[in-house]
Design a protein around this ligand. Structure first.
Ligand code: UGA
Length: 437
């Protein structure tokens, strides 16, 4: 497994749990040292325990020696980063190409090379050409096996997937070697609901982007309906329940929020839009989704300032949640990174708390923001409270808790974590996205 990042670590540890011997290759010496010492570089529930158990069982190892690892491997997975290239919507494939070149140097005959990183359509074939041009004498097999893990639920998602997408070169006439090897790797998932879906390389690559873009559109649609509910007196929870019971729509990913973020939706929608433009078939829906999501974060900041009133410089706003969603320490593309600087610039005093993201937030948010160790410390003396993520520890706070700490009674809950009536009854001026009247 080349790459000890989020995808490589989770996939490597889970494949080891399925009974495969896995070596995770990590080139960053600091990260490798941490991994060898048993410390996870990311927060993911259950990951540290899983890694420790698999290492103790002798099925999982960390190394920087790709040559030695390839010597004893039948398959190699590429699980390196594909960030957005600066100044363009393109995915930066330099790490994928470097991994392909490194594999080419040391590949044994018969090796199966699997791309797990999220990559634009056509990348699997690029990997194939890089390796084959360097080693024309070898028989090599190429596959694409995108992951569908959600941060915060990644182990569960890997262990109980609703599908495993596998793209093979020359599908449907591909030699059986690659297919059999991948079926063996995923054999413990041999349940009817954990379908292995075989298809061509391009289809597998596109499936990953299409799934993420569709989910991003779904969230964005729910956000727009929430705005419409507020303007017209509707209740978004009723509307989405009524929509979601239609099995053609489904109930998931219809909860309005401050805009989607994270390391996947923003990057993958950009990359899909770019691939589609390059292919001469631009996708207007995805391009509009990207623009709508960006605008939403700025509009939310304007709304907060309007709620806070004219005297913003004497207003203290408590903010609960900084990461892009709950159950993660990931600050990448978090809505807080757009919203908080705008509030700060306008002169508001910000007291913030996040259960996992504060160390990174300190390096990304403007100076002068006050970081509190607990939600109640953040609320201390605040005129307004803003909920940006849905951690259970925030949902557990009651009006009595906050009334004894806040100076004001104004709340904007952007994640529907509380019941409006409870707060109104306790004398709070409670606002929630999508709840008109
Ligand atoms: C997403 C996909 O859900 C995974 O299937 C995929 O494997 C992963 O990207 C990836 O490509 O690696 P993740 O980025 O962990 O997973 O986050 P999600 O749980 O999907 O949430 C994405 C964003 O949408 C978050 O900002 C979240 O707060 C927001 N969201 C989600 C909503 O605002 N409302 C919803 O109803 C659902």
């Amino acid at each position: 497994m080349i790459g000890g990042g989020y995808v490589g670590l989770v996939s490597g540890a889970c494949l080891a749990a399925f009974g495969t011997d896995v070596t995770i290759i990590e080139h960053d010496p600091a990260r490798l040292d941490r991994l060898k010492a048993g410390t996870m570089p990311i927060y993911e529930p259950g990951l540290e325990e899983l890694v420790t158990k698999q290492r103790q069982a002798g099925r999982l190892a960390f190394s920087d020696d790709l040559t030695a690892a390839l010597r004893k491997s039948k398959a190699v997975f590429i699980a390196v980063g594909t960030p957005t290239r600066r100044g363009s919507g393109h995915a930066d494939l330099s790490y994928v190409h470097a991994a392909a070149r490194a594999i080419a140097t040391h590949a044994p005959d018969g090796l199966l090379i699997v791309t797990k990183s999220t990559v634009p359509v056509g990348t699997g074939r690029q990997v194939a050409s890089i390796v084959r041009e360097a080693r024309p004498e070898l028989t090599l097999h190429i596959a694409s096996n995108p992951e569908f893990l959600r941060e915060g639920h990644a182990i569960m998602d890997f262990m109980k997937p609703d599908r495993v997408v596998i793209g093979l070169e020359d599908w449907p006439d591909a030699p059986s070697t690659a297919r059999t090897l991948l079926e063996d790797l995923y054999a413990p998932l041999n349940r009817p609901e954990s379908r292995l879906l075989f298809m061509g390389l391009e289809s597998a690559e596109l499936t990953k982007y299409a799934a993420n873009a569709f989910l991003a559109m779904k969230v964005t649609f729910a956000n727009e309906m929430a705005d419409l509910c507020e303007a017209t007196g509707g209740q978004i929870t009723d509307v989405t329940r009524g929509m979601g019971l239609d099995p053609r729509i489904g109930p998931h990913f219809l909860t309005p929020g401050p805009g989607y973020g994270g390391s996947c939706f923003p990057k993958d929608t950009q990359a899909l839009a770019t691939s589609a433009r390059q292919a001469g078939t631009p996708t207007q829906l995805v391009e509009t989704t990207i623009a709508a999501n960006e605008a939403r974060k700025r509009r939310l900041a304007e709304r907060i300032l309007a709620l806070a009133g004219d005297d913003i410089t004497s207003c203290t706003i408590a903010v609960l949640g900084l990461t892009f969603k709950a159950h993660t320490d990931d600050m990448r593309q978090a809505p807080s990174l757009t919203i908080l600087p705008l509030l700060h610039e306008a002169g508001a005093t910000l007291r913030v708390h996040d259960p996992q993201g504060m160390d990174t937030a300190r390096t990304l948010l403007p100076d002068g923001i006050i970081y509190a160790e607990t939600p109640l410390q953040a609320a201390e003396g605040a005129d307004m409270l803003l909920v940006l993520t849905e951690w259970p520890s925030f949902a557990a706070l009651t009006p009595a808790h906050l009334a004894s700490h806040m100076r004001g009674r104004l709340i904007l809950d952007c994640r529907q974590i509380w019941q409006k009536e409870d707060w109104q009854d306790a004398g709070f001026d409670y606002h929630c996205l999508g709840m008109g009247r």
